[in-house]
Ligand binder design. Structure first.
Ligand code: DPP
Ligand code: ZN
Length: 860
């Protein structure tokens, strides 16, 4: 096992301006013939990467070459001329490829996944992102079974071959790193659309889907058109080829992949209709379609020098897709969801043995660094830049970045430098966000002097040590702040409605002139990915929830109120509620439920408790049982206390013809939350309402809403409805994933025997990552009652599954091991159980590198 270090980077001692590839696809074995034109800068041997390849022939300038050696990872060629043409023939077995990296089969089709280091499983090549080549690709296959033969760029030739075979040749006019290479062969239905860029280029848009699914791709096609328009409007960026293809496949490790001109997508992020997709599914499709499209500039035209720079393209592209989604839907709700991801998942990563900066320094398996830290915290870092430079300043920086680096493979430093130069700003301090891991904690103390009309703020920051870095330095943290008076009107701070304080030191004091504020609204818009300590009364929090003009802050204020109460209840009375403790929460919810709030999505969010997983991140050590009791106890208590109000709100929202649009989405969100609370309050009384919603639902969001309301409140109703669901959807595996997940997330005593049984279900398959994530992933990530079962049965079950999955697909097992890594927060007894299971994993004779990197970090 080899550790790679960021600081060891060496530029390549050669270039490969051209590669041409021929794929002969045939049953069982595929032959790949690759021709590289190589220019060497010195006389060192040429080392090419290659994994699990069968080498068939090597020729240099047309004659067989003897001076080479080959091992499990490399092909080394010696004594080569400075300029030469190297031909390498290899054989592959895509049908046996269950890891879904390189060339593999999905359903009856062939497809590829090369990011991060999958190209080396196709042919020998310098598999690193800073080697940019021009690709010509010829694909040969049986014509009836594989009528569609696709690769990057433009189709330049096609024709017939003997024995019912045919071929297609593709040429990509843009030089690219090999991780952006793609090939697809299969028989698809094609949904066609088009798009005309501002400068008049006609682009064909093509969605390749399984036969019979054409209508389900309409929304994705429209999303793509909206994304293309948006990137022109907001960043002046146009598409650069004549065709843009998206292929939906059932077997895929990630969400999607931005291969140049030929995106390959997990089908669940392409296909949707009202019957089978939820509002969240629609949201995700639109945002992931946009994400991959935006990569064409931020990732493909300007790519990464090395994989340590992954956030260069991912953090930036997530930020861009977030901006787009905010423009397409509810900006406040988007921001609330983004903050949730950071607090629930990214803070957990910081607290785990996998803690790393957004630009990691050390990597064993690159696939392990496609993380919430690199992606989502990376996007937060870009967002802070945006906040400090402003919209126009940020755009100037982007323009400079593209004008300097188009066609290059660059670093995060290059990006920040472009921002700095375009804005004549020194961003040296800001760059620490790229090198320092961990979650900064910021504390704010306030004091008001009524005579001088001055507000004094003492702000301090501290980043606790993480497992990868012992010492931390202060960061540049933008903290957006505003204030409200007793009536809920804004109080000006230094004559401004809101301010961004740029905290730079460990401790800083600020004096702001203002009239007496009633409540301060700090960390507006979640202006930095930090944990904030700022004490406020329940009254002040409710005040912000009611009157702040920032949607995130309104929800955040209520979350703070719930969190504080639950943590206190867990710590002081072991999770038992008495009527006093919850009174301020009940009162606040009553006010909200009675208010004439028009943003129903925000209202639903303000009325929802933070997840157990989010609560886990609030303290260094957690009494799991007490915290779980506190959260479990509070839900029905709040449900009962305002029962008539939940019912009234529920009944006030009529069913309409389904449309995916923000007002309807918001109404459904609130309605389904009310239904859940009704079932929490009195499952007998509301079982009929719940069942009626299930039966009358004209969309998947309401169907799932009913199932979720029954899931942990009425086993009989849940079982009955789940059976109906299965009958209706058993032919549609992607829809059945929702069913598997509902089962796996249920709080019940017999959970393990039930999910064991489900593994024999006709629709379940260990080889399909979506199925495995739905069943095993949901249990591990979102079933705390099951996972933390006192006798250790939950964590033992998870371990058993990981052992099995790892033999099939290491990327999936390494992802699903995550809940097992966060053991240091747990009590001593559970820590022992967790360690025991981790050691059992470590003892497996054939553990993948992916899983082993994480397991060993956790055991250290
Ligand atoms: N497909 C992944 C993404 O778009 C990796 N590039 O984020
Ligand atoms: Zn991406």
């Amino acid at each position: 096992i080899q550790v790679k270090r960021r600081l060891d980077y060496q530029p390549p001692a050669f270039s490969i301006p051209k590669i041409s590839l021929t794929f002969e696809l045939a049953d069982q074995v595929t032959t790949v013939r690759s021709t590289l034109s190589v220019e060497k800068f010195d006389d060192s041997p040429l080392i090419l990467d290659g994994t699990d390849l069968e080498l068939a022939a090597i020729m240099v300038d047309g004659t067989p070459w003897q001076d080479y050696s080959v091992d499990e990872q490399h092909l080394t060629l010696r004594q080569l001329p400075r300029r030469c043409e190297i031909a390498v023939h290899t054989r592959l077995y895509p049908e046996k490829n269950t890891a879904l990296e390189g060339l593999y089969q999905s359903g009856g089709s062939y497809c590829t996944q090369c990011e991060a280091e999958g190209f080396r499983r196709i042919t020998y090549f310098p598999d690193r992102p800073d080697v940019l080549a021009s690709y010509t690709v010829r694909i040969e296959a049986d014509k009836t079974r594989y009528p569609n033969l696709l690769s990057n760029g433009n189709c330049v030739e096609r024709g017939e071959l003997e024995e019912g075979r045919h071929y297609v040749v593709w040429h990509d006019p843009f030089n690219k790193p090999c991780y952006l290479f793609a090939l697809v062969a299969g028989q698809f239905d094609v949904l066609r659309g088009n798009y005309t860029t501002s400068s008049g280029r006609e682009v064909q848009l093509e969605f390749y889907v399984d036969e019979g699914n054409l209508h389900k791709a309409e929304f994705a096609l429209q999303s793509l058109q909206r994304a293309m328009r948006w990137d022109e409007d907001v960043y002046g960026l146009e598409y650069d080829l004549d065709v843009y293809m998206v292929v939906a496949v059932d077997f895929f490790n990630m969400g999607a992949m931005e291969n140049k001109g030929l995106n390959v997508f997990n089908a669940k992020y392409v296909l949707a209709d009202a019957d089978s997709a939820t509002d969240t599914d629609y949201f995700n499709i639109e945002s992931i379609i946009a994400h991959e499209y935006f990569h064409n500039w931020t990732g493909n035209r300007v790519t990464c020098r090395d994989w340590f720079q992954l956030s260069l393209k991912e953090g930036l592209t997530v930020f861009r897709d977030q901006q787009f989604s905010a423009d397409m839907s509810s900006p406040a709700l988007c921001r609330v969801q983004q903050a949730k991801v950071i607090r629930e998942q990214q803070f957990a990563e910081d607290a785990s043995p996998m803690a790393h900066p957004i630009r990691p320094d050390e990597v064993i398996e690159m696939n392990n660094f496609y993380t919430v830290t690199v992606y989502d915290k990376g996007a937060e870092v870009i967002r802070m830049l945006f906040k400090m430079l402003g919209k126009d300043g940020f755009r100037k920086g982007m323009d400079k970045y593209f004008s300097r680096h188009d066609g290059q493979a660059v670093t995060c430093d290059d990006f920040v430098q472009a921002m700095a130069d375009a804005n004549h700003r020194d961003l040296t301090l800001f760059k620490r966000w790229y090198s320092q891991s961990g979650t900064p904690q910021v504390s704010i103390e306030q004091r008001y002097d009524p005579e001088r009309k001055k507000l004094y703020l003492d702000i301090s920051q501290h980043t606790p040590a993480t497992m990868d870095q012992a010492s931390k330095r202060p960061l540049l943290i933008p903290i957006e702040i505003s204030a409200l008076d007793e009536e809920g009107h804004p109080v000006l701070l230094d004559s401004r409605k809101s301010l961004v304080l740029e905290l730079e030191q460990k401790q800083q004091s600020y004096v702001l002139s203002c009239e007496q504020p009633f409540a301060l609204n700090v960390l507006r818009d979640f202006s930095a990915p930090i944990k904030l300590r700022f004490s406020q009364t329940a009254q002040q929090r409710l005040h912000i929830a009611l009157y702040s003009d920032d949607g995130f802050s309104r929800v955040d204020a209520m979350q703070g109120l719930y969190q504080e109460a639950m943590i206190r209840c867990a710590n002081e009375s072991s999770g038992q509620w008495d009527s006093n403790r919850a009174q301020s929460l009940i009162d606040a919810q009553r006010v909200l439920l009675n208010s004439d709030e028009t943003d129903l999505a925000l209202l639903a969010e303000m009325l929802s408790l933070p997840s157990f997983e989010t609560l886990m991140q609030l303290e260094e050590r957690i009494d799991v049982d007490a915290l779980m009791r506190a959260r479990d106890g509070l839900e029905p208590l709040l449900a009962c206390a305002n029962e008539p109000l939940w019912l009234r709100r529920f009944e006030s929202i009529p069913q309409t013809d389904y449309q995916y649009e923000p007002l309807q989405v918001a109404a459904r969100k609130l309605k389904n939350h009310c239904l859940l609370q009704m079932m929490n309050a009195n499952p007998q009384q509301y079982a009929e309402a719940c069942k009626a919603q299930y039966q009358q639902a004209n969309n998947m969001t309401d169907t799932l809403g009913a199932l979720k309301a029954a899931q942990n409140t009425s086993e009989t109703l849940f079982d009955e409805l789940m059976q109906q669901f299965e009958q209706r959807w058993h032919h549609a595996p992607t829809v059945m994933d929702k069913w598997f997940a509902l089962h796996a997330g249920a709080k019940r005593k017999d959970i393990l025997s039930r999910i064991d049984l489900l593994q024999d279900h006709a629709v379940f398959s260990w080889k399909n990552p979506n199925r495995v994530r739905a069943l095993v992933g949901t249990f591990g990530f979102y079933n705390p009652h099951g996972l933390y079962a006192e006798d250790g049965s939950g964590v033992r079950w998870l371990t058993e599954q990981l052992i099995q999955i790892d033999k099939i697909n290491p990327q999936v097992s390494a992802r699903l091991v995550t809940p097992l890594l966060s053991l240091t927060k747990l009590d001593d007894k559970r820590q022992l159980q967790w360690r025991h299971e981790l050691m059992r994993l470590a003892d497996q004779p054939t553990l993948s590198v992916d899983l082993s990197e994480k397991v060993h970090k956790a055991l250290n």
